[in-house]
Design a binder for this molecule. Structure first.
Ligand code: NAP
Length: 354
């Protein structure tokens, strides 16, 4: 089985753009016949031009059930990066793949909000850290109310019903850095915080901001998409897939030692991020002070117009990518300078793109 045909969703986005770039520029010299789902003619033209016509496009959305089914049936590999919370779309994916009668690969995207805790004014940093190896049973039993969980559950169920389909989920933590992609090349979490601080005229944290998340550079994440694809294509029997095929996009520490409520070198607190955002904005005379004030969730929704906004910076989600390291992933940007040094360029990109 050669697995030459690929259907990708979200290719004009930040994650999907990087995943596509890695496919088109892979070091193994593999050639794929790639079809990308795009939402309109303008996006199609943009993607075709930016990739030098190395991909084909189909115009539609995740909710175009027939078109989506047709593409699943036509292609050997499905890479899903468009919307991690679209349950009807995930149901179609599930129902089509459990019945498919030929080897198919699915690489699906989630996010570590799935392990996030609740918002609370009285809360601080947690010592709870999730490993995608040691805590995989707990991850498979996370409650439905957790963000992304309803879709994760459907995807995790596929392979058990149909062993001809091999599935993996990549669940990124905070993604940072500019992507090599073709349209939107900036992340969501920190850029949205920068925009909200600009709109508010001063920097803020959700409550005290003392909540810890892990992070991953977009180029390291793109490497992981390709590494998994490459191993799935060669049929590597040792590769965890299905219910064990959950891969956090995060880093690990060589000697973790005892866990404290302080962020380690591969993590950040949102209070620290807000401080650096404040300094970078002040340095460019975009706000008057580099002080960070506390905001409550209602206030945050006002400045983001996004109900989920407070959860992006008001929760703990500490993850360790044990699965990815075990299969030979070698990230290049896990040093703290890469993360903290990415906030200034994010501000510049936002200012430049208006
Ligand atoms: N960035 C992060 O830090 C991060 C971390 C973990 C999880 N995630 C999740 O991963 C997903 C992708 O994130 P991203 O940062 O790559 O977002 P993004 O840059 O906004 O890209 C989203 C992509 O999906 C496409 N899309 C969205 N809804 C669609 C629909 N209904 N039908 C067809 N295409 C659709 C967009 O098309 P257009 O170009 O037409 O808009 C775009 O190509 C999101 O659900 C996000 O919540 C992101």
């Amino acid at each position: 089985m050669s697995f030459e045909t690929v259907f990708i969703t979200g290719a004009t986005g930040y994650i999907g753009g990087e995943a596509l770039y890695q496919l088109l520029n892979n070091k193994e010299g593999r050639k794929f016949n790639i079809t990308a789902l795009v939402r309109n003619e303008a996006k199609s033209e943009k993607l075709l031009k930016a990739t030098n016509h190395q991909v084909s496009t189909v115009i539609g959305t995740l909710d175009d059930t027939e078109l989506f089914k047709e593409q699943i049936l036509k292609n050997d590999v499905i890479i899903n990066t468009a919307d991690v919370d679209n349950v009807p779309h995930a149901q179609v994916l599930h129902d089509t793949l459990i019945k498919i009668d030929r080897p198919t690969i699915l690489i699906h995207t989630s996010g570590t909000s799935v392990i996030g805790d609740d918002l609370s004014a009285d809360k601080n940093a947690t010592t709870k850290i999730y490993s995608d190896v040691k805590d995989i049973d707990e991850i498979n039993k996370l409650p439905e109310k957790q963000p992304h969980r309803p879709v994760d559950k459907l995807v995790l169920d596929i392979e058990e019903h149909n062993p001809k389909v091999k599935t993996v989920i990549i669940s990124p933590s905070t993604i940072f850095g500019l992507s090599d992609g073709y349209d939107k090349i900036i992340s969501i979490q920190i850029p949205m915080l920068i925009n909200a601080c600009l709109k508010r005229g001063k920097a803020f944290s959700v409550y005290n901001g003392n909540y810890i998340w892990s992070h991953v550079h977009i180029k390291d994440l793109g490497d992981l998409y390709y590494l998994l694809l490459s191993k799935l294509i060669t049929g590597d029997k040792s590769l965890p897939t299905g219910k064990k095929g959950y891969y956090f996009g995060a880093y690990i520490l060589k000697d973790e030692g005892s866990v404290t409520t302080r962020a380690s070198a591969i993590e950040h607190t949102w209070a620290e991020v807000s401080k650096v955002v404040a300094q970078e904005l002040k340095k460019r005379n975009l706000i008057e002070s580099d002080e960070v004030s506390h905001a409550d969730p209602e206030d945050v929704v006002k400045y983001t117009s996004f109900d989920f906004g407070p959860y992006l910076w008001g929760t703990n989600a500490r993850s360790r990518a044990d699965n990815a390291y075990a299969i030979g992933w070698k990230p290049k940007y896990s040093d703290p300078n890469s993360f903290w040094g990415s906030i200034g360029p994010d501000v510049d990109h936002i200012v430049k793109s208006g």
